[in-house]
Each structure stands twice: as structure tokens, then as C-alpha cells.
Design a protein around this ligand. Structure first.
Ligand SMILES: Nc1ncnc2c1ncn2[C@@H]1O[C@H](COP(=O)(O)OP(=O)(O)OP(=O)(O)O)[C@@H](O)[C@H]1O
Ligand SMILES: [Zn+2]
Length: 478
């Protein structure tokens, strides 16, 4: 079997052949750290984690994911909260690490930060100026997109068409540019903003250049896989290609992969639309592995609609998988199973063959998970039969093989089952939990996230708790 990957740049599935035999160099665009991550971010990073885990069954994977810790949005948040850009970045990097650990997302080999890559960024910009792809304008530096003949090759956009559709588009640096679609590589410092010294004056890097510089310094001039959300195809990845390929005269990446969105009411879940559910809020209500299953039930390029019913269904599904995964710890001792055995591929069973075939087809987890369910349900039936009759239908050897096959697959999908998790189902909520949920609802309403506010209210109602919003803005409960 050969792994086939849908490559955005060629718009078709292709056999995956790494540049260096046995090694995969993979770069994923990371978050801009100015707020908590939402379910859309969870999807992106769960998906790339799954891709990496599957690749690791065949290759050594070098996985790099950047952190954008300098950006207009971070500066704005720092000003609003009367603190520094660095303090905001540190706060949300810590929150990111915490959220992703709960979702069992493995750590990248490195997380380069934009602010720690300034010398490499300056060097790359200088190279682009020297080669006549970039120009200095009043302390800023811009990339001249018309100089790069294949600009638009990733997203399929043509400059002529973009121009026709872009009348009236202006930003505060527009006059500095020679051409409207030129983009900033370096931005001159405004008063009270953090800055770095450069040959073009004090300033800071634009967003796109950081990834070009980091890919090169951490993985090389051409890498195997470059990944991110669909919204990054244009302009972010298009601009990365223009920068890196103009400087190094080599393809930036051989395979471009993009994950579909989590939508809510047909729109992308995003901070700017205020329709988001933060990961940490969701985790007050749902098991992290149910969120993981919710994400992986869809093939990674397809959109997913967020609804509470869908997450509830994933919660039920996860319970089935978890019980299957815990079969060995519950019953294995009676047959002398060594649970400490690593989840091996063991012998190729029909289930594993089906699972792998689906994964080789552009990581079709939607189909792959059906094999996980098949085994989990089989083990559940045996569990029932054990508790009713003390006997199983299959032999202990056959059950062990099924359990190992299930472990092999769930390991690739990044599921973990802990015995203790079953106990996390309190019948009632404690007063502290209620107060904390009320506080979360107040915060949600403050940011006009009424949907989230209503959800918390409904959740409490389900638990028999009614909220009373008082005129003075406080909320009591009964
Ligand atoms: N709703 C979503 N569904 C899937 N992926 C998403 C979604 N929102 C953001 N992403 C992805 O998460 C990654 C990190 O994005 P980034 O930090 O730039 O978020 P953002 O675009 O600022 O978030 P927002 O869209 O909420 O403002 C990107 O690869 C982006 O494509
Ligand atoms: Zn990037």
C-alpha cells in the first residue's frame, strides 16, 4: 500500500514520497497567541497530530510548529489590558500548551517563536531586496508580488482577477506600497510599540516572513509537508511560497495540506465573528477524547458543523471505544495478558488492513474509525457476555488479538483511556462548579458571545439549576 495525500498545489491525490528516505520534514503553522484556543484550533491541531502519528508508523518525523508572538492583534490586546505584548503571549502560550495536552496532542520537536527568529528574518528580507523581489518604502519593506511570475499558484488566484475584485481595499500602510497586493515583510515601528533594529530602521517583521525563515532554519529549504487551515492558503501560504522560492530558487514544500473548518451555523468558527467555543469551556462539559473523536470522525478536508447534539453523539461513541480499550485492564488478568505489551501491529488482521487502507487514502479517518468501532463493539458484546454468563464467545487468544488491534489503531488516532475517567460523572454539581459556570457565562456575555451564555444556562437547567439574572448585572441561582 502506498500513502496518498491530497496536495493542494496540484489539486489531486499523489503518492507520498519523502525527500530523504525514512525521514519526513513537516511544518505546521501555529497560533497567534492573543486569546484562548477554540474548537476550530482544536480541530487543526488534532488533525496534524493524527497525520504525524500515522507517518511515525513508517518514518522518522521532524515536526515543527511556530508560535506567532508578534502581531497587531497581540499588540492591541496588550494595550487594552495595559500590559506588554510579551506578557499576553506568555499567558496564551501556557494556555495553548495546557489545552493541547488535555487533547493528547503530542509535543512538536520545536516551537520556534517569531521574536526569537529576528536575525534569520532580517537576513531573508535582505536577500529578497538584493534579488530585487522586495523594496524599502519609508521604513517598511514590501514584497513586490508582480516580480514573482507564479504568484497565486497554490490558491489558484490570479493577480488580474484579484485586482478586479479589490476596489476600495485599503489598510493604513496602503500608500507605502507600489502595488495593492504587495505585502509587508518589515513594518516600521509606531510609537510605543516593541521594535527591533534593522538595516531599514526600527520595526518588526510581517506575519508571512516568519514562517519562511523558520522553515528554512529548522527544517531546510525544501520540506516534505507544509500544513495549516484552509484559510491560510491565501494569502499566508501563497506569500510564504513567494518569499522562500524567490530566495532559494527551490520549492518550499512538496506537499501542501489544508484542514477544513469547524463551522457554526454555516460560518467558520472564529474569534472575529464571536461564535466560538473555547476548548477549555468545552472541556468543562465534555471529555477531551469525545472532542477528539468529534474531530476525527470527519475526513480532515471536509467541513464539520458544530452542534451540541454532534458532540453528545461523539461522547457516546467515545464511551464505546473507551470500554473496548479498557477491556484488557478489566478482564485481561484472568487470562494472564501482559497489558504492558506495547500496542503492536501484531498480525495483520482484517480490521487493521481496512484501517490502514483508509488511512493511506489521504488519512480518511472517517472510514478508519469504523474499524475501531467494529472491534470496540465486539469487545463490548464479550464484556456483556462475561458479566452475564462468565464466558466469552471468542477464545482468549482471539480477544487478545482484537484488543491489540484496537490499541494499535487508537494509538495512531491519539486516544487514551484511563480507568479513572469513568468516575468523572458526578450526579450533581458542587457550589464552586456552579459559581464558576455562572462566572463563565458572565464573561461570555461581556464579549457578546450570547450563544455560549445560553448554552451554559441550558446546561445548568438540565442539571436542575435555574439562573436568575438580576437587574444589577449579577446572577443568582436556585
Ligand atoms: N474554525 C476553524 N476550523 C478549523 N481550523 C481553524 C479554524 N479557525 C482557525 N483555524 C486554524 O487554526 C490555526 C491557527 O490559527 P490562528 O491562530 O491564525 O487563528 P485565527 O485565524 O486568528 O483564529 P480566528 O479565525 O478565530 O480569528 C490556523 O491553521 C487556522 O487555519
Ligand atoms: Zn505560517
Amino acid at each position: 500500500m502506498t500513502l496518498r495525500i491530497y496536495n493542494t498545489i496540484t489539486r489531486r491525490k499523489e503518492d507520498f514520497i519523502p525527500l530523504t528516505s525514512g525521514i519526513v520534514r513537516m511544518y505546521v503553522c501555529g497560533v497567534t497567541v492573543y486569546d484562548y484556543c477554540h474548537l476550530g484550533h482544536a480541530r487543526a491541531y488534532v488533525v496534524w497530530d493524527m497525520v504525524r502519528r500515522y507517518l511515525e508508523t513508517k518514518y522518522q518525523v521532524q515536526f515543527v510548529q511556530n508560535i506567532t508572538d508578534i502581531d497587531d492583534k497581540i499588540l492591541k490586546r496588550a494595550q487594552e489590558q495595559n500590559t506588554t505584548m510579551q506578557a499576553i503571549a506568555e499567558q496564551y502560550i501556557a494556555a495553548y500548551d495546557e489545552d493541547m495536552a488535555r487533547l493528547n496532542i503530542a509535543k512538536a520537536n520545536s516551537y520556534p517563536r517569531a521574536t526569537a527568529t529576528i536575525p534569520e528574518i532580517i537576513e531573508l528580507i535582505q536577500q529578497l531586496i538584493d534579488r530585487n523581489y522586495a523594496y524599502v518604502s519609508n521604513g517598511d519593506v514590501y514584497y513586490a508580488v508582480q516580480k514573482f511570475p507564479t504568484y497565486g499558484k497554490l490558491s489558484g488566484r490570479k493577480l488580474e482577477d484579484m485586482q478586479a475584485g479589490a476596489s476600495g481595499r485599503v489598510d493604513d500602510r496602503e500608500e507605502q506600497k507600489r502595488y495593492p497586493f504587495d505585502f509587508a515583510l518589515w513594518k516600521s515601528a509606531k510609537p510605543n510599540e516593541p521594535f527591533w533594529v534593522s538595516p531599514w530602521g526600527d520595526g518588526r517583521p510581517g506575519w508571512h516572513i516568519e514562517c519562511s525563515a523558520m522553515v528554512r532554519s529548522h527544517l531546510g529549504e525544501t520540506i516534505d509537508i507544509h500544513a495549516g487551515g484552509t484559510d491560510l492558503q491565501f494569502p499566508h501560504h501563497e506569500n510564504e511560497i513567494a518569499q522562500s522560492e524567490a530566495a532559494y530558487k527551490k520549492p518550499l514544500a512538496n506537499y501542501w495540506m489544508h484542514n477544513g473548518f469547524v463551522n457554526i451555523d454555516g460560518e467558520k468558527m472564529s474569534k472575529s465573528l464571536n461564535n466560538f467555543q473555547t476548548i477549555r469551556d468545552l472541556l468543562t462539559f465534555f471529555d477531551p477524547m469525545a472532542i477528539r473523536l468529534f474531530v476525527l470522525q470527519a475526513q480532515y478536508r471536509q467541513p464539520i458543523d458544530f452542534t451540541e447534539e454532534a458532540i453528545n453523539a461523539a461522547t457516546k461513541g467515545w464511551e464505546t471505544i473507551r470500554e473496548g480499550m479498557l477491556f484488557a485492564s478489566d478482564f485481561g488478568a484472568r487470562w494472564g495478558w501482559q497489558q504492558s505489551d506495547p500496542p503492536l501491529r501484531h498480525e495483520v488482521s482484517e480490521a487493521i488492513a481496512g484501517f490502514e487502507e483508509a488511512m493511506e487514502d489521504d488519512f480518511n479517518t472517517s472510514v478508519a474509525i469504523s474499524y475501531v468501532f467494529e472491534l470496540a463493539k465486539k469487545l463490548r458484546a464479550e464484556r456483556n457476555s462475561l458479566s452475564h454468563t462468565g464466558e466469552t464467545a471468542a477464545s482468549s487468544e482471539a480477544l487478545f488479538r482484537d484488543w491489540q488491534a484496537l490499541s494499535y489503531m487508537t494509538n495512531i488516532l491519539g486516544f487514551i483511556a484511563k480507568i479513572g475517567d469513568r468516575a468523572v460523572k458526578p450526579e450533581g454539581l458542587s457550589e464552586t462548579e456552579i459559581t464558576s459556570l455562572i462566572q463563565q457565562r458572565i464573561e461570555a456575555k461581556k464579549t457578546k458571545n450570547y450563544q455560549e451564555g445560553d448554552r451554559i444556562r441550558d446546561y445548568l437547567k438540565d442539571k436542575g439549576i435555574t439562573l436568575i439574572d438580576r437587574k444589577d448585572g449579577t446572577t443568582s441561582w436556585m
